[in-house]
Design a protein around this ligand. Sequence first.
Ligand code: ASP
Ligand code: MG
Length: 424
Amino acid sequence: MINVFKFGGASVKDADGIKNLARIIDLNREKELLIVVSAMGKTTNALEELTKAYFGQNTDIQEVFSSIKSYHESILLHLFEDKSHPVYDEIANAFVEIDWILEEEPQDDFDYIYDQIVSMGELISTKIVNAYLNFAGINSKWLDARSYIHTDNTYREGIVDWGKTRKSIEENIPALLSGQVAVTQGFIGGTSENFTTTLGREGSDYTAAIFAACLKAEAVTIWKDVPGVLNADPKLFPDTVKYEELSYRDALEMTFYGATVIHPKTIKPLQNAKIPLLVKPFLSPLESGTCIKESNVVITQPAVIVKNNQVLLSISTQDLSFITEDHLCDLYGVFAAEHIKINMMQLSAISYSACFDEDVRRFPKLLAVLGKSFRVKYNTGLTLLTIRHFNKEIISSLTTNKTVILEQISRHTAQMVLRETASF
Ligand code: ASP
Ligand code: MG
């Protein structure tokens, strides 16, 4: 049966990482494997920076670009001693494609250009990984995800056309996986006009889930730099606990509220197709990790999710009349049109509050539109704290010495907006 493995940027950040990836593939030779890979290390951030520099015609375009090139080159040099290996040309050609874009004055829409440039991170990383697997004696084929993951033209947030996607994947991929593995890009898709789209930051997990669902795979394994899904971010909290097993439901809720271990869109297609998702440690591939599946297991260790960089917006009508369903309809319409996702909201008689991630491009537009019909006040730089399967003790211990400015408690989930960028 087919298995889908996904390796994130942190796993393939250097030559050692790519060698370790090859070792993991080697350990799983008995499986039919589709391998989904992200851009290397922090390449996506760097390409984002490049896109912004290009768009603003900043002076540092070439500087940013050359650091991206030399980063990849140094990985190549560590993997392939022989500089006449064809992968060197392949990667150079990929960079020429970016050069072609940079040479023109920016005319198109920012989101469109972003996708054409930023997607190169995955195209390049997969070429390197594929070449290295073959070099290491593992037959591997490079696949262009844009021919399989079909999206509309919502650039930076491509909406998957499941019908077309399923058809392309079902018809073509299974036959490719006999006697060889296949390596493809996470995060990217293609429109019906053959333009490149991206699926939203950290979207490679979602790509793995799409392929798995369409292939009715046995399981998806996401290889990470953590032992599995932990109850809190180990970078913020000293004592974390790993979950051995999680229900799809708990995993969905955790990702929705900002647990970054898995992309929020990943679980649903897997849950619908009843495909387990394993989260395993990249550096200890024989450990059990966490298994997310159909399960009645109730987690006993509360899950703590911290989201910084939040905006809390309060909206009231100009004449302080009650907020009605008609207003809410308008408000949601504006948020949807500006592609701003609400993390938490609350309604009172004359005011509506929403908490969401600050996006420096989208937020001013949202303010401008809302300001035409409503009174708007807001705070930025806040933290949203979510505790799933909370208890009183954990709420009080995490909010001591902090100012809670909005709070919402339901049966399984407590959420608090904190005034300060929280440290715990
Ligand atoms: N490289 C993309 C990003 O960093 C996608 C991913 O890593 O999943 O957002
Ligand atoms: Mg990444």
